[in-house]
Design a protein. Sequence first.
Length: 200
Amino acid sequence: MTRLMVRGVEIRKGALDGPAQVRLIDALRPVLKAAPLFSPVTANGKAMSVRMTSAGGLGWVSDKGGYRYQPTHPRGSAWPAIPDPVLDIWRDVTGHDRTPDCCLINYYGEGAKMGLHQDRDEADFSWPVVSVSLGDDALFRIGDTVRGGKTESVWLNSGDVVVMGGPARLVYHGIDRIRFGSSRLLPKGGRINLTLRVAV
Ligand code: MD6
Ligand code: FE
């Protein structure tokens, strides 16, 4: 594993080896079955190209009513528990025993991307946000804590772990594009990104 620091964000390249990535996908399969991916709509009525779901006590949703953490999937059921291998990564990386409230699961199919944003719907920014990349390569753009600042981009590969904490907790970031079909981890291609957050 090599540690890269990009604008204060820690990128652990190759943090998870192939078998660990397969174990994660296996652990996510029942989660996706219990809480199917859905296409969130932003407050201005546009559908996001990324499909989402969550695990944990709280999930992140966005719809006409705005975006928020809530205890149920849009279909009304409680979110499934965060799988143990995912919690192990959180503990490993943060050293904290407090488990995250939310594991947001983002799926990028061909052409999907995510605009520059800050993760600021959580109550306490002293907790880091930890993310795990699985599947296709993605071009991750990292900016400043204010909109419009200088940005730097880095390719995230399957098995990379990103830690956004400390002074970089509120930097703008997004995914410009993925290289669809670059990985064979997911049978139908695409990319899964998990983000672990303490929300309340
Ligand atoms: C993605 N990641 O990798 C989008 N947020 O698909 C994020 O939005 C993100 O990687 C907070 C912390 C780490 C991240
Ligand atoms: Fe984010």
